[in-house]
Design a protein around this ligand. Sequence first.
Ligand SMILES: [Zn+2]
Length: 142
Amino acid sequence: MLEVAINEARIGLAEGGIPIGAAMFDGAGRLLASGHNRRVQEGDPSIHAETDAFRRAGRQRSYRDTTMVTTLAPCWYCSGLIRQFGIGRLIVGESETFAGGLDWLRSLGVEVIDLESEVCRGLMQGYIATHPEVWNEDIGME
Ligand SMILES: [Zn+2]
């Protein structure tokens, strides 16, 4: 599942954007949709990887059994989306670069799995090292 999100992050990076990717799966583990952060590409601060995947997945009858997979722990905006729609499970590639709303989501009963992926960490750390100004602007979301 994480591979799909990582692939999206790499697409974003190749487009000149922030390398954060996400994917949504249904209760049977089938891919619903994937997406990546396109804030830089589109000049739209609301297109985060999670919201991109979520919107592409279309309307689901229930989100309880769905899983959101993202290469980086979700910000407050995306944590709010997970809460709003009752997405049952969240898998993150890493939360060291950015912890986001993980503890809050855990406290609400969302199953949170942190894979502590070196690949995901490398993608973000590499990007931040070369584009600190873009990342600092994003961190303003905190
Ligand atoms: Zn976000």
